[in-house]
Structure formats: structure tokens, C-alpha cells
Design a protein around this ligand. Structure first.
Ligand code: NAD
Ligand code: DAU
Length: 335
């Protein structure tokens, strides 16, 4: 099988490529990634010589390129996106361009090239925010996105479903909760806080720090995507979550503890505008239909993740200094 992976140089996509090449050694992967600030080929150093893996630098906004690549593929797994809520508040245009129009290009190409199997990676943020006693999100929860990022992802989900209903495109969608693990860009809560503390800097907690997220290890997410590709029903959506609701303050204190630092390293800063208070996922459909559930306990997963950032300081230091942007030129030339 030949897979076209979009956004494979980012956090979840690069972990997915590692996972897939290890677990499906007969398959071939093409990784289409624009290498925005969030794309880092250093995440894939150890697979770049693998003859089943090929990297193409390009934009999912480029309809001709997308069409050519989709033509070659059996399956498309679409991770590429602008993914950071804070950036979408500062400047939303690239979120609409990539998340909405880029997804549209991929859907058109999949439709026009023999109706290719299409899996769309989405997020629980499309459902909006929960109150403390609300039941967790599930596949029936109405959409209520509240940030430009979430709205752009919701929009792409609607397009993906429309291509199923209107054109019988064989799609599936996964809406997953907050991922953590290796290779996460150090602008997101966990890698930002770990790397700041390793650099002797304080950690910026938004508002009162009592917002809740449902944390899932990236390997559990990617195993879920694999099972959806194998056993998921065409046209269906699957919610994937970590069964691990934590306040930001709990996470902060855990990280401080692992790194032997005190609460004086916390800096309370202005809250994120429109900050969603709580997310939680009910993954019973994935459990019943796919036999999927998260296997990595949060305590174990976060401990190993903190260790990973401690042991891979060069990886994130090169990001924080901007040096990682030179890697592509060295490996692939100026093109
Ligand atoms: P990321 O920001 O780490 O990576 C995104 C990747 O997409 C980067 O490699 C970037 O270069 C690439 N990209 C961006 N615009 C592109 C374009 N126009 N053309 C081609 N490539 C482009 O993101 P992530 O955290 O790995 O998230 C991956 C996907 O998973 C996204 O669709 C996101 O919405 C979804 N998701 C993320 C989480 C999470 O907790 N991180 C949870 C649920 C769903
Ligand atoms: O729920 C899934 C989503 O999780 C994904 O769709 C997004 O792509 C991903 O970025 C993530 O969104 P969040 O906004 O939840 O993640 P972030 O790491 O930015 O923030 C997590 C929580 O921590 C949130 O309540 C905001 C807070 N926070 C974040 C940062 C970066 C802080 O308090 N301080 C910070 O510096």
C-alpha cells in the first residue's frame, strides 16, 4: 500500500511515520509537508534513508502538486494544518488557507483520481468548551468551535463529510484530544514548560490555570488512526481520547516536580482570549467498534516524555535558536 501523509514533518505526523514504517514494513510512504515553522525534518532523520520513505516539500494549497501526488497514492492520511490556537488568534489567515482550502484541494484530488481512501485528522476543539459537570464530547456532540483554529478545523471536517455524502468519497475522521510525546513543537504547553524549565526560565500559566484538557500519548492516537484505517466504517467519525483529564496547574506542578523545581517558577500571565475551559472525550465508539483504547497511562507517559526532552536537548535547542530551519537546505539543497 502507498500512503500519502500530509504534514508528516510535524509532531503527530512524524510520530505516525515512525509508527507506520515500523509496523507496516511492506508499505510505502510519501510525506508532503510545506515545512512551515512547525515542520522539522530533524524529526525524521532516522528514516530518511529508508527506501519506503520519500519526502516532498510542498503546499497542500498547490492543487496541481496535490493532484499528482494523490494520483500515486492508495490512501491519504491528512495531518497537515496550522495547529496552534494562540497563533490563530494573532493571525487567522494561514489557518483558513491551509486547514480549509488545503483540505479542499486534497478532497478534490481524492475525488478526481478514482475516489481514494481519505482519513482526516481532526480535533476535539471543534465541539467547543465543556462546563465542569457536562458529559464528555462524543461523535454526536454538535459542533461549536470558538477559536479561529477550531473553526477552521470544523470547516474542514464538514467538507470531508460533504465529500462522503455527495460524492461517495471513502472517508473517515478522527477527533482527538490533546496529544503529548516526543517531537512536539515547544510552543505547546508541555514541551514549552519542560524546555523553559531546563533553560532556567519561568513557565507562563494562562489565567487561573484551572482549564482542563484530556491528555493522550501520541502513540495511542496514531495506533487509533491505524485501527480506523483497518476497521473503521466508511463515512464515520471516531472520537479518540486519553481518559486523562488534568488541569493545567496539575500538569505544571507535575513537570516542576520531575525537574526538581518549585512554584516560584510559575508566572501567571494574561488569559488566552476565548479560552476553552474544559475538553473531555468519550471514546466508547472506538472501543466498541475498533477495540481501541489508550494504553499509555498518563503518569508513565508524561514521565517518559519529560525524560525525552531532557535527553534530546539539542533537538529543541535547535528549534528555539532557529537552527533547525537550516536542516532542509543541508539535506535537500536550496530548492
Ligand atoms: P504541527 O503544527 O506540529 O504540524 C503540522 C505540520 O503540517 C507541519 O509539519 C507543517 O509544516 C505542516 N503544514 C502546515 N501547513 C502546511 C501546508 N499548507 N502544506 C503542507 N504542510 C503543511 O501539528 P500537530 O500537532 O502534529 O497536529 C497534526 C494534526 O493533528 C493537525 O491537523 C491538528 O489539527 C490535529 N490534532 C492535533 C492535536 C494536538 O494535540 N497536537 C490533537 C488533535 C488533533
Ligand atoms: O484538544 C486538541 C488540541 O490541543 C489540538 O487540536 C491543538 O492543535 C493543540 O495545539 C492543542 O490545543 P490547546 O490549545 O489545548 O493546547 P496548548 O498546548 O496550546 O494549551 C494547552 C492548555 O495550556 C490550554 O488550556 C492553554 C494553556 N497554556 C498553553 C500555553 C502554550 C498555558 O497556560 N500557557 C502556555 O504558555
Amino acid at each position: 500500500m502507498k500512503l500519502l501523509i500530509t504534514g508528516g514533518a510535524g509532531f503527530i505526523g512524524s510520530n505516525f511515520i515512525h509508527y507506520w514504517l515500523k509496523n507496516h514494513q511492506e508499505d510505502k510512504i510519501i510525506n508532503l509537508d510545506l515545512l512551515t515553522y512547525a515542520g522539522n525534518l530533524e524529526n525524521l532523520k532516522d528514516v530518511e534513508q529508508n527506501s519506503n520513505y520519500k519526502f516532498i516539500k510542498g503546499d497542500i494549497g498547490d492543487a496541481n502538486l496535490v493532484n499528482d501526488l494523490v494520483k500515486e497514492a492508495d490512501v491519504i492520511v491528512h495531518f497537515a494544518a496550522e495547529s496552534h490556537v494562540d497563533r490563530s488568534i494573532m493571525d487567522a489567515k494561514s489557518f483558513v488557507d491551509t486547514n480549509v482550502l488545503g483540505t479542499f484541494n486534497l478532497l478534490e484530488a481524492a475525488k478526481n483520481n478514482g475516489k481514494k481512501r481519505f482519513h482526516h485528522i481532526s480535533t476535539d476543539e471543534v465541539f467547543g468548551a465543556l462546563k465542569s459537570d457536562d458529559p464528555a464530547f462524543n461523535e454526536q456532540t454538535p459542533y461549536s468551535p470558538r477559536s479561529p483554529y477550531a473553526a477552521s478545523k470544523a470547516s474542514s471536517d464538514h467538507l470531508v463529510r460533504a465529500y462522503f455524502h455527495t460524492f461517495s468519497l471513502p472517508i473517515t475522521i478522527s477527533n482527538c484530544s490533546n496529544n503529548y510525546g516526543p517531537y512536539q513543537f515547544p510552543e505547546k504547553l508541555i514541551p514549552l514548560f519542560v524546555t523553559n524549565l531546563l533553560e532556567g526560565k519561568k513557565v507562563p500559566v494562562y489565567g487561573d490555570g484551572m482549564q482542563i484538557r484530556d491528555w493522550i500519548h501520541v502513540d495511542d492516537h496514531n495506533r487509533g488512526v491505524d485501527l480506523i484505517l483497518q476497521k473503521g466504517k466508511i463515512g464515520e467519525t471516531y472520537c479518540l481520547g486519553g481518559n486523562s483529564e488534568k488541569t493545567n496547574m496539575e500538569i505544571t506542578k507535575l513537570i516542576l516536580g520531575y525537574l526538581g523545581q518549585g512554584e516560584e517558577m510559575i508566572e501567571y500571565v494574561k488569559d488566552r482570549p476565548g479560552h476553552d475551559r474544559r475538553y473531555a472525550i468519550d471514546f466508547s465508539k472506538a472501543k466498541e467498534e475498533l477495540g481501541w483504547e489508550p494504553l499509555i497511562g498518563f503518569e508513565d507517559g508524561i514521565k517518559k516524555t519529560v525524560e525525552w526532552y531532557k535527553n534530546n536537548q539539542e533537538w529543541w535547542q535547535r528549534i528555539k535558536s532557529g537552527e533547525y530551519l537550516e536542516y532542509y537546505k543541508k539535506q535537500y539543497g536550496e530548492k
